[in-house]
Write a protein that binds this ligand. Sequence first.
Ligand code: C2E
Ligand code: CA
Ligand code: CA
Ligand code: CA
Length: 279
Amino acid sequence: AKHEGSGACVLYRHELHLRAIERNTIERDLRVAMARNELKLFYQPKIDMATGRVTGAEALIRWRHEERGFISPAQFIPVAERTGLIVPLTKWVLDEACRQNREWQELGLPKIGVAVNVSAVDLKRTDLTDTIASTLIRRGLSPQYLELEVTESMVMQDVDVVIGTLRRLRGLGLGIGIDDFGTGYSSLAYLKRFPVKRLKIDRTFVSDIADGRDGHVIPKVIIDLAHALGVMVVAEGVESADQYDMLRDLGCDEVQGYFAGRPMPAAEFEVFLRNSPAG
Ligand code: C2E
Ligand code: CA
Ligand code: CA
Ligand code: CA
Protein backbone atom coordinates (compact mmCIF):
# COMPACT_ATOMS: atom_id res chain seq x y z
CA ALA A 1 0.00 0.00 0.00
CA LYS A 2 2.90 2.28 0.83
CA HIS A 3 4.41 1.65 -2.55
CA GLU A 4 1.12 2.35 -4.30
CA GLY A 5 0.62 5.55 -2.36
CA SER A 6 3.99 7.03 -3.25
CA GLY A 7 3.52 5.98 -6.87
CA ALA A 8 0.25 7.89 -7.05
CA CYS A 9 1.98 10.79 -5.37
CA VAL A 10 4.75 10.84 -7.95
CA LEU A 11 2.17 10.71 -10.72
CA TYR A 12 0.26 13.54 -9.12
CA ARG A 13 3.40 15.69 -8.82
CA HIS A 14 4.22 14.90 -12.40
CA GLU A 15 0.74 16.02 -13.41
CA LEU A 16 1.07 19.29 -11.47
CA HIS A 17 4.45 19.86 -13.07
CA LEU A 18 3.00 19.37 -16.55
CA ARG A 19 0.23 21.80 -15.75
CA ALA A 20 2.71 24.38 -14.53
CA ILE A 21 4.66 24.03 -17.78
CA GLU A 22 1.44 24.35 -19.76
CA ARG A 23 0.56 27.49 -17.82
CA ASN A 24 3.98 29.02 -18.41
CA THR A 25 3.77 28.19 -22.09
CA ILE A 26 0.36 29.78 -22.40
CA GLU A 27 1.52 32.86 -20.53
CA ARG A 28 4.62 33.31 -22.68
CA ASP A 29 2.77 32.69 -25.94
CA LEU A 30 -0.10 34.95 -24.91
CA ARG A 31 2.30 37.83 -24.31
CA VAL A 32 3.73 37.30 -27.78
CA ALA A 33 0.27 37.03 -29.32
CA MET A 34 -0.80 40.29 -27.71
CA ALA A 35 2.31 42.07 -28.94
CA ARG A 36 1.76 40.73 -32.46
CA ASN A 37 -1.96 41.54 -32.54
CA GLU A 38 -2.91 37.90 -33.03
CA LEU A 39 -6.01 38.13 -30.89
CA LYS A 40 -9.35 38.77 -32.51
CA LEU A 41 -12.85 39.47 -31.34
CA PHE A 42 -15.80 37.46 -32.57
CA TYR A 43 -19.34 38.76 -32.11
CA GLN A 44 -22.42 36.76 -31.19
CA PRO A 45 -25.86 38.31 -31.71
CA LYS A 46 -28.48 38.83 -29.02
CA ILE A 47 -31.96 38.72 -30.51
CA ASP A 48 -35.13 40.37 -29.23
CA MET A 49 -37.75 37.61 -29.07
CA ALA A 50 -40.66 39.97 -29.74
CA THR A 51 -39.29 41.55 -32.92
CA GLY A 52 -36.53 39.21 -34.14
CA ARG A 53 -34.18 42.17 -34.25
CA VAL A 54 -30.53 42.14 -33.26
CA THR A 55 -30.27 44.21 -30.09
CA GLY A 56 -26.69 43.54 -29.22
CA ALA A 57 -23.53 41.53 -29.65
CA GLU A 58 -21.31 39.83 -27.13
CA ALA A 59 -17.62 40.25 -27.91
CA LEU A 60 -15.79 36.95 -27.44
CA ILE A 61 -12.05 36.77 -27.69
CA ARG A 62 -10.37 34.36 -30.12
CA TRP A 63 -6.75 33.33 -30.20
CA ARG A 64 -5.35 31.35 -33.05
CA HIS A 65 -1.98 30.05 -31.97
CA GLU A 66 0.47 29.76 -34.85
CA GLU A 67 1.24 26.11 -34.07
CA ARG A 68 -1.58 24.89 -31.87
CA GLY A 69 -4.55 26.38 -33.68
CA PHE A 70 -7.48 27.89 -31.75
CA ILE A 71 -7.03 27.97 -28.00
CA SER A 72 -10.24 28.36 -26.04
CA PRO A 73 -10.66 31.45 -23.86
CA ALA A 74 -11.82 29.03 -21.15
CA GLN A 75 -8.21 27.83 -21.18
CA PHE A 76 -6.23 31.06 -21.41
CA ILE A 77 -8.42 33.59 -19.59
CA PRO A 78 -7.78 31.89 -16.21
CA VAL A 79 -4.03 32.00 -16.94
CA ALA A 80 -4.30 35.66 -17.87
CA GLU A 81 -6.14 36.31 -14.60
CA ARG A 82 -3.47 34.61 -12.50
CA THR A 83 -0.59 36.39 -14.20
CA GLY A 84 -2.12 39.86 -14.40
CA LEU A 85 -2.09 39.75 -18.20
CA ILE A 86 -5.85 40.09 -18.00
CA VAL A 87 -5.52 43.82 -17.31
CA PRO A 88 -3.97 44.82 -20.67
CA LEU A 89 -6.08 42.11 -22.33
CA THR A 90 -9.36 43.59 -21.06
CA LYS A 91 -8.20 47.07 -22.05
CA TRP A 92 -7.61 45.81 -25.56
CA VAL A 93 -10.99 44.03 -25.73
CA LEU A 94 -12.80 47.14 -24.51
CA ASP A 95 -10.99 49.35 -26.98
CA GLU A 96 -11.52 47.06 -29.94
CA ALA A 97 -15.20 46.37 -29.15
CA CYS A 98 -15.94 50.11 -28.82
CA ARG A 99 -14.01 50.93 -31.98
CA GLN A 100 -15.87 48.25 -33.93
CA ASN A 101 -19.29 49.24 -32.64
CA ARG A 102 -18.65 52.89 -33.54
CA GLU A 103 -17.56 51.80 -37.01
CA TRP A 104 -20.84 49.91 -37.52
CA GLN A 105 -22.75 53.00 -36.40
CA GLU A 106 -20.85 55.16 -38.87
CA LEU A 107 -21.77 52.73 -41.63
CA GLY A 108 -25.41 53.46 -40.80
CA LEU A 109 -26.19 49.99 -39.45
CA PRO A 110 -28.83 49.52 -36.74
CA LYS A 111 -27.41 50.74 -33.43
CA ILE A 112 -26.71 47.95 -31.00
CA GLY A 113 -25.01 47.49 -27.67
CA VAL A 114 -21.73 45.62 -27.54
CA ALA A 115 -21.13 43.49 -24.44
CA VAL A 116 -17.64 42.91 -23.06
CA ASN A 117 -16.77 40.27 -20.47
CA VAL A 118 -14.80 41.58 -17.51
CA SER A 119 -13.03 39.36 -15.02
CA ALA A 120 -12.99 39.46 -11.23
CA VAL A 121 -9.48 40.93 -11.39
CA ASP A 122 -10.71 43.83 -13.55
CA LEU A 123 -13.71 44.46 -11.37
CA LYS A 124 -11.57 44.86 -8.25
CA ARG A 125 -9.36 47.50 -9.83
CA THR A 126 -10.19 51.02 -8.82
CA ASP A 127 -9.17 52.39 -12.22
CA LEU A 128 -11.70 50.34 -14.21
CA THR A 129 -14.19 53.21 -14.41
CA ASP A 130 -11.51 55.61 -15.69
CA THR A 131 -10.27 53.07 -18.22
CA ILE A 132 -13.77 52.66 -19.59
CA ALA A 133 -14.59 56.36 -19.59
CA SER A 134 -11.45 57.19 -21.56
CA THR A 135 -12.04 54.32 -24.00
CA LEU A 136 -15.53 55.59 -24.78
CA ILE A 137 -14.21 59.10 -25.38
CA ARG A 138 -11.29 57.91 -27.50
CA ARG A 139 -13.59 55.82 -29.68
CA GLY A 140 -16.45 58.31 -29.76
CA LEU A 141 -18.96 55.73 -28.58
CA SER A 142 -21.90 56.79 -26.48
CA PRO A 143 -22.00 54.82 -23.16
CA GLN A 144 -25.47 53.43 -23.79
CA TYR A 145 -23.94 51.22 -26.49
CA LEU A 146 -21.50 49.47 -24.18
CA GLU A 147 -22.44 46.79 -21.70
CA LEU A 148 -20.28 44.86 -19.26
CA GLU A 149 -20.88 41.23 -18.40
CA VAL A 150 -19.83 40.19 -14.93
CA THR A 151 -20.54 36.79 -13.47
CA GLU A 152 -22.76 36.21 -10.54
CA SER A 153 -19.96 34.66 -8.48
CA MET A 154 -17.71 37.72 -9.06
CA VAL A 155 -20.38 40.00 -7.73
CA MET A 156 -20.76 37.88 -4.62
CA GLN A 157 -17.16 38.39 -3.51
CA ASP A 158 -16.68 41.72 -1.77
CA VAL A 159 -20.28 42.73 -2.31
CA ASP A 160 -19.93 46.26 -0.99
CA VAL A 161 -16.82 47.13 -3.02
CA VAL A 162 -18.33 45.62 -6.15
CA ILE A 163 -21.63 47.44 -5.72
CA GLY A 164 -19.70 50.70 -5.48
CA THR A 165 -17.83 49.96 -8.70
CA LEU A 166 -20.98 48.85 -10.50
CA ARG A 167 -22.80 52.00 -9.41
CA ARG A 168 -19.99 54.18 -10.78
CA LEU A 169 -20.05 52.25 -14.04
CA ARG A 170 -23.80 52.54 -14.25
CA GLY A 171 -23.36 56.25 -13.50
CA LEU A 172 -21.27 56.52 -16.65
CA GLY A 173 -24.39 55.42 -18.52
CA LEU A 174 -23.44 51.91 -19.50
CA GLY A 175 -25.34 48.71 -18.82
CA ILE A 176 -24.33 45.87 -16.53
CA GLY A 177 -25.33 42.28 -17.27
CA ILE A 178 -25.04 39.43 -14.78
CA ASP A 179 -23.61 36.45 -16.63
CA ASP A 180 -24.15 32.76 -15.87
CA PHE A 181 -27.05 33.67 -13.61
CA GLY A 182 -28.30 30.87 -11.42
CA THR A 183 -24.96 29.07 -11.06
CA GLY A 184 -23.38 31.19 -8.32
CA TYR A 185 -24.12 31.60 -4.67
CA SER A 186 -26.31 34.57 -5.19
CA SER A 187 -28.55 35.62 -2.43
CA LEU A 188 -31.62 36.82 -4.24
CA ALA A 189 -31.92 39.61 -1.70
CA TYR A 190 -28.71 41.21 -3.00
CA LEU A 191 -30.06 41.42 -6.49
CA LYS A 192 -32.10 44.48 -5.82
CA ARG A 193 -29.00 46.33 -4.62
CA PHE A 194 -27.21 45.81 -7.93
CA PRO A 195 -27.64 48.38 -10.68
CA VAL A 196 -28.31 45.68 -13.23
CA LYS A 197 -29.82 45.93 -16.69
CA ARG A 198 -29.83 42.28 -17.73
CA LEU A 199 -29.64 38.80 -16.31
CA LYS A 200 -28.25 36.05 -18.48
CA ILE A 201 -29.73 32.67 -17.70
CA ASP A 202 -26.91 30.17 -17.71
CA ARG A 203 -26.70 27.66 -20.54
CA THR A 204 -26.97 24.72 -18.16
CA PHE A 205 -30.57 25.73 -17.36
CA VAL A 206 -31.40 26.35 -21.00
CA SER A 207 -30.12 22.96 -22.10
CA ASP A 208 -32.81 21.04 -20.22
CA ILE A 209 -35.60 23.57 -20.52
CA ALA A 210 -37.54 21.63 -23.13
CA ASP A 211 -36.96 18.12 -21.79
CA GLY A 212 -40.58 17.78 -20.67
CA ARG A 213 -39.86 17.30 -16.96
CA ASP A 214 -39.33 20.28 -14.64
CA GLY A 215 -36.57 21.87 -16.71
CA HIS A 216 -38.56 25.08 -17.13
CA VAL A 217 -38.96 25.76 -13.40
CA ILE A 218 -35.70 27.58 -12.69
CA PRO A 219 -35.76 29.67 -15.89
CA LYS A 220 -39.32 30.68 -15.06
CA VAL A 221 -38.38 31.75 -11.55
CA ILE A 222 -35.42 33.75 -12.87
CA ILE A 223 -37.54 35.46 -15.53
CA ASP A 224 -40.35 36.35 -13.13
CA LEU A 225 -37.92 37.59 -10.49
CA ALA A 226 -36.02 39.71 -13.00
CA HIS A 227 -39.19 41.24 -14.39
CA ALA A 228 -40.48 42.01 -10.91
CA LEU A 229 -37.25 43.98 -10.38
CA GLY A 230 -37.45 45.68 -13.78
CA VAL A 231 -34.51 43.75 -15.20
CA MET A 232 -34.34 42.23 -18.72
CA VAL A 233 -33.57 38.57 -19.25
CA VAL A 234 -31.46 37.01 -21.96
CA ALA A 235 -31.06 33.25 -22.24
CA GLU A 236 -27.64 32.00 -23.33
CA GLY A 237 -26.79 28.82 -25.20
CA VAL A 238 -30.12 28.50 -27.03
CA GLU A 239 -29.53 25.78 -29.60
CA SER A 240 -32.95 24.55 -30.73
CA ALA A 241 -36.37 25.75 -31.83
CA ASP A 242 -37.93 23.89 -28.88
CA GLN A 243 -35.78 25.81 -26.42
CA TYR A 244 -36.55 29.05 -28.23
CA ASP A 245 -40.33 28.47 -28.14
CA MET A 246 -40.29 27.48 -24.49
CA LEU A 247 -38.31 30.59 -23.53
CA ARG A 248 -40.69 32.80 -25.47
CA ASP A 249 -43.65 31.22 -23.67
CA LEU A 250 -41.95 31.87 -20.34
CA GLY A 251 -41.64 35.56 -21.24
CA CYS A 252 -37.89 35.69 -21.82
CA ASP A 253 -36.87 38.98 -23.53
CA GLU A 254 -33.84 37.99 -25.58
CA VAL A 255 -31.89 34.97 -26.72
CA GLN A 256 -28.31 34.27 -27.58
CA GLY A 257 -27.02 30.97 -28.90
CA TYR A 258 -26.22 28.86 -31.91
CA PHE A 259 -29.93 28.76 -32.86
CA ALA A 260 -29.95 32.52 -33.46
CA GLY A 261 -26.34 32.94 -34.51
CA ARG A 262 -22.87 31.66 -33.70
CA PRO A 263 -20.01 33.92 -32.63
CA MET A 264 -18.59 35.27 -35.90
CA PRO A 265 -15.82 37.51 -37.20
CA ALA A 266 -16.64 41.22 -37.42
CA ALA A 267 -17.10 41.21 -41.21
CA GLU A 268 -19.60 38.37 -41.00
CA PHE A 269 -21.45 39.99 -38.13
CA GLU A 270 -21.75 43.16 -40.17
CA VAL A 271 -23.67 41.23 -42.87
CA PHE A 272 -25.83 39.61 -40.19
CA LEU A 273 -26.65 43.02 -38.74
CA ARG A 274 -27.40 44.50 -42.15
CA ASN A 275 -29.92 41.70 -42.78
CA SER A 276 -31.57 42.00 -39.37
CA PRO A 277 -35.27 43.06 -39.54
CA ALA A 278 -35.43 46.86 -39.80
CA GLY A 279 -37.06 49.27 -37.39
P1 C2E B 1 -19.37 33.19 -21.51
O1 C2E B 1 -19.20 34.63 -21.20
O2 C2E B 1 -20.42 32.45 -20.75
O3 C2E B 1 -19.61 33.12 -23.08
C1 C2E B 1 -20.50 32.23 -23.69
C2 C2E B 1 -19.79 31.04 -24.27
O4 C2E B 1 -20.76 30.12 -24.80
C3 C2E B 1 -18.87 31.38 -25.44
O5 C2E B 1 -17.77 30.47 -25.39
C4 C2E B 1 -19.77 31.09 -26.65
O6 C2E B 1 -19.04 30.84 -27.82
C5 C2E B 1 -20.49 29.86 -26.17
N1 C2E B 1 -21.80 29.68 -26.82
C6 C2E B 1 -22.60 30.63 -27.37
N2 C2E B 1 -23.74 30.10 -27.84
C7 C2E B 1 -23.68 28.77 -27.57
C8 C2E B 1 -24.60 27.66 -27.81
O7 C2E B 1 -25.69 27.80 -28.35
N3 C2E B 1 -24.19 26.44 -27.38
C9 C2E B 1 -22.98 26.24 -26.77
N4 C2E B 1 -22.66 25.00 -26.40
N5 C2E B 1 -22.11 27.25 -26.52
C10 C2E B 1 -22.46 28.51 -26.92
P2 C2E B 1 -16.29 30.98 -25.62
O8 C2E B 1 -16.27 32.06 -26.67
O9 C2E B 1 -15.44 29.77 -25.81
O10 C2E B 1 -15.93 31.69 -24.26
C11 C2E B 1 -15.83 30.96 -23.07
C12 C2E B 1 -15.72 31.88 -21.89
O11 C2E B 1 -14.48 32.60 -21.92
C13 C2E B 1 -16.79 32.94 -21.84
O12 C2E B 1 -17.97 32.40 -21.30
C14 C2E B 1 -16.14 33.99 -20.98
O13 C2E B 1 -16.28 33.67 -19.62
C15 C2E B 1 -14.68 33.86 -21.36
N6 C2E B 1 -14.34 34.93 -22.33
C16 C2E B 1 -14.50 34.97 -23.66
N7 C2E B 1 -14.05 36.13 -24.18
C17 C2E B 1 -13.61 36.87 -23.13
C18 C2E B 1 -13.02 38.18 -22.99
O14 C2E B 1 -12.84 38.94 -23.95
N8 C2E B 1 -12.67 38.57 -21.72
C19 C2E B 1 -12.89 37.77 -20.63
N9 C2E B 1 -12.52 38.23 -19.41
N10 C2E B 1 -13.44 36.55 -20.73
C20 C2E B 1 -13.79 36.10 -21.95
CA1 CA C 1 -20.43 36.44 -21.20
CA1 CA D 1 -22.36 33.20 -19.93
CA1 CA E 1 -22.35 30.08 -18.91
